[in-house]
Design a protein around this ligand. Structure first.
Ligand SMILES: NC(=O)c1ccc[n+]([C@@H]2O[C@H](COP(=O)([O-])OP(=O)(O)OC[C@H]3O[C@@H](n4cnc5c(N)ncnc54)[C@H](OP(=O)(O)O)[C@@H]3O)[C@@H](O)[C@H]2O)c1
Length: 304
């Protein structure tokens, strides 16, 4: 009985890791999605980051450009937008754009980033007001700052239905040991880490642990903050790119990332409408299998 149950759980976990079949919506291909392990809710494999790109202050022209990036993102089927109180004016820029665009299917992912545990609730509320949303879908403890205090607060918010999911973040390989310990011991829904064809340390322990513990993975810095796409600029795409329907290195990098079965969503940031459209298209068509993933990583290591 017990082993039947375990087998059922394993089969369900394996099915959940497969991207859902795309269909056509509003004349464009619907984006490939993957289930959030803790709930089964499907989210598109490509989201939108906001660090630096949306920190444009009060400049009306720059704010309007950010709103256009968000318009293209939602029109292309995107849902998950990621920000943080650390990103200057980005939260307010996102909130103003949301006010204007009123997207039907936003997945609002923000963070708590403050050294004092006592000030966590006030910061989360200030962020919510800047975003102009009734509640966040996901709040993450940014870079594990004061996580021992913030995590119980976020879990309590989730219990009271004031928040849907709870997570933790890191980037550029920092504090992976501590991330693993939290993943193994706390009931979190998401972990956010850096992962791309050149930064693959998470493949060793964090991504397998995420699958085992049924924790969703959000991938930051897919383009190494633009250094990776810049290093590949002008280099000819190998033959496999056409096979995967990739018209650019950015799409090849994103397809590499989101084809890992533990990954829920990659969150490239951009200030350009053309780039947001290009990035979303990585969540359409076919994804590489394990052999092709290895080949993509090797080619990018050689060329970048
Ligand atoms: N610890 C944490 O929690 C943490 C740490 C880092 C990042 N993050 C999150 O992850 C998000 C992504 O990371 P990131 O912003 O550091 O870097 P990234 O997404 O790896 O790179 C962003 C850069 O890539 C360029 N880019 C985007 N699309 C492109 C395309 N199709 N072709 C060529 N270049 C393209 C953008 O330039 P253009 O503007 O010209 O498109 C931008 O300069 C952040 O914005 C943030 O939301 C979280």
């Amino acid at each position: 009985m017990q082993s039947d149950f375990r087998m059922r759980r394993r089969v369900l976990a394996a099915l959940a890791a497969l991207p859902a079949m795309p269909s056509f919506a509003q004349g464009r291909p619907a984006l490939l999605t993957r289930a959030i392990p803790s709930s089964g809710e499907q989210i598109p494999l490509v989201g939108l980051g906001s660090w630096i790109t949306f920190n444009v202050g009060r400049d009306p022209e720059a704010r309007a450009e950010c709103a256009e990036v968000m318009r293209a993102f939602f029109a292309g089927g995107g849902r998950l937008v990621d920000s943080s109180p650390m990103y200057g004016s980005a939260q307010d820029v996102i909130g103003a754009a949301l006010d204007k665009l009123r997207p039907a299917r936003l997945f609002a992912a923000d963070k708590v980033w403050i050294g004092s545990g006592a000030q966590g609730p006030a910061q989360a509320e200030a962020s919510r007001r800047l975003w102009r949303v009734p509640r966040f879908d996901l709040l993450q403890v940014h870079n594990l700052l004061a996580w021992e205090a913030h995590l119980p607060m976020l879990l309590q918010m989730k219990k009271e239905d004031r928040l849907r999911y709870v997570g933790i973040t890191t980037s550029e390989g920092r504090r992976h040991g501590e991330i693993e310990k939290i993943m193994a011991s706390q009931p979190i829904d998401f972990v956010q880490v850096s992962y791309n064809p050149l930064d693959r340390e998470v493949e060793q322990r964090i991504l397998p642990l995420a699958r085992e513990r049924r924790i969703g993975v959000i991938v930051n810095r897919p383009f190494r903050q633009g250094d990776l796409t810049a290093a590949l600029r002008g280099k000819r795409l190998p033959g496999w790119a056409a096979e995967l329907g990739c018209g650019s290195w950015a799409q090849a990098i994103l397809k590499f990332i989101v084809s890992h079965p533990a990954v829920s969503c990659a969150i490239p940031a951009t200030s350009q409408v053309a780039h947001v459209r290009e990035n979303l298209l990585a969540a359409t068509g076919s994804l590489p299998d394990e052999a092709l993933r290895r080949r993509i990583a090797q080619d990018i290591e050689r060329l970048a």
